[in-house]
Design a protein. Structure first.
Length: 460
């Protein structure tokens, strides 16, 4: 393709370090779509003849069919997907193939291909995240009133509900989707026509190719067009944050599924046994979601490091954007699918969670609030009184609700029988009616809000 001034071929090691076809064949659809848009534009602008353009387009369709059918032979000596496609095109249609590369370069070609791939993948991820949100919403609705311990510092803090806990992830995933959609908006500009780096002297119509490929507009600076990989970085950054969220959830599932917690039962479909310990049910899918997060964040770090020292414009270093980006976004996709499966199958052990919710003096805040509300005690003082009562209960080895009225009055004589109404976990949960709070009625408000929002999205 560029052998005009070369007399000997490439060293085998040179070929190995240089060739990207083993991984950039992923871009074949985008590459062919880009070429077809390009040649249609060249014909419209009278840069190539209608006859040549028609031959090229037909040939590209044939290459497409071959790759799709699996009969295409990818060749390392042709370096990358762009030259593999073009070379096969020349075999199929002969001379006119040589006109396809007019007014473009592999630099704007690869930038275009990558944007298309990342954009389409981001759209798929968004749809998958929506599906995971729907799975969480169904569970949250079913268990809006299922009391469980709420933790801070992984210590029982206040009673909450399983539904409320799951809804926290619906919010996180909503922001993750927002970040991906936001990245998509900025990435949806077409680099094609920036050519090698400075644009071209041919009278191309960049708006036409941009439109044909579903971009909002052409990019506005040719140097930037071939140098920019922010779109991949932004997507990897959004993907990393999302993977981090899934990893936290996965960690909770791992904890909840231990015999010690026993909060949830995972389905057989999403657990594995041990080859040596017959009693085990291992949450491997959750562990792998947690573990694979490292690869996603790693790809973001790797690409930031690749890019940070590069002068404008294109440098071959940028070929290193591909494996990490492909792997990270595919990995995230797999993790989202695994989480959706686990959530749909997951069965909470409602009784165990409720019992645990009452342990650890989790209603101590409710007691303090009662003192403030009923006896008009300043909160700081109520905190001290409650702490002393927790001490009494702890010495007796019972929960707060098992203290006698005499025990309570020994510390604060004005306490009445009424206080017992707030010491149970159900009462505690139901009392937290502040907007966004734990009360089942509030959880249902949020479930309805999200269901209507996601329902509207689908119609768009
Ligand atoms: N395989 C290359 C990449 O991914 C395509 C662009 C090559 N451009 C060049 N001037 N050698 O970056």
């Amino acid at each position: 393709m560029w052998g005009g001034r070369y007399s000997t071929g490439m060293d085998a090691v040179m070929e190995e370090i240089n060739a990207s076809i083993d991984f950039d064949k992923t871009l074949w659809r985008q590459d062919i779509a880009g070429s077809r848009a390009h040649v249609a534009m060249l014909a419209q602008q009278d840069i190539v003849t209608q006859a040549d353009a028609a031959a090229i387009d037909k040939g590209l369709a044939a290459v497409h069919a071959e790759i799709e059918a699996g009969s295409f032979t990818f060749s390392r000596s042709l370096e990358d997907i762009h030259m593999n496609v073009e070379s096969r095109l020349a075999e199929i249609i002969g001379a006119p193939a040589g006109r396809l590369h007019t007014a473009r370069s592999r630099n704007d070609q690869v930038a275009t291909d990558m944007r298309l791939w990342v954009r389409d993948t981001v759209d798929d991820l968004d749809a998958q995240l929506r599906d995971l949100q729907l799975a969480l919403l169904d569970k949250a609705e079913a268990f809006a009133g299922a009391v469980m311990p709420g933790f801070t510092h992984l210590q029982s803090a206040q009673p909450t509900t399983f539904g409320h806990h799951l809804m926290a992830y619906v919010e996180m995933l909503g922001r993750d989707r927002g970040r991906l959609q936001d990245a998509r908006k900025r990435m949806n500009e077409c680099p094609l026509g920036a050519a090698a780096l400075c644009g071209t002297s041919f009278p191309i119509d960049r708006a036409m190719t941009a439109k044909a490929l579903g971009f909002d507009r052409p990019t506005a600076n040719s140097l930037d067009s071939v140098s920019d990989r922010d779109f991949a970085l932004e997507s990897l950054s959004a993907a990393s944050i999302c993977a981090m969220h899934l990893s936290r959830f996965a960690e909770e599932i791992v904890l909840w599924a231990t015999p010690q917690f026993n909060f949830v039962r995972l389905s057989d479909r999403f657990s594995t046994g041990s080859s040596i310990m017959p009693q085990k049910r291992n949450p491997d899918a959750a562990e792998l979601v947690r573990g694979k997060t490292g690869r996603v964040i790693g790809a973001l770090n790797a690409l930031l490091i690749v890019m940070k020292g590069l002068p404008l414009s294109y440098a071959k270093d940028m070929q290193e954007d591909k494996e990490g980006t492909f792997d990270a976004l595919r990995t995230l996709s797999l993790c989202i699918a695994a989480m959706a499966g686990m959530v749909r199958d997951m069965e909470p052990n409602v009784k165990v969670m409720k019992k645990a919710a009452g342990a650890g003096y989790a209603t101590a805040t409710d007691l303090a609030d009662w003192l403030v509300r009923t006896l008009k005690t300043p909160f700081r003082e109520a905190h001290h009184v409650t702490a002393r009562l927790v001490g009494v209960a702890s010495d007796k080895g019972v929960g707060l609700e098992k203290l006698t009225l005499a025990d309570l009055q020994a510390v604060e004589p004005r306490i009445t029988q009424d206080v017992f109404a707030v010491l149970g976990v159900d009462k505690s949960v139901r009392s937290r009616v502040s907007y966004g709070g734990t009360a089942p009625q509030q959880v249902r408000v949020q479930v309805r809000r999200w269901k209507s929002r996601l329902g509207k999205e689908q119609k768009v």
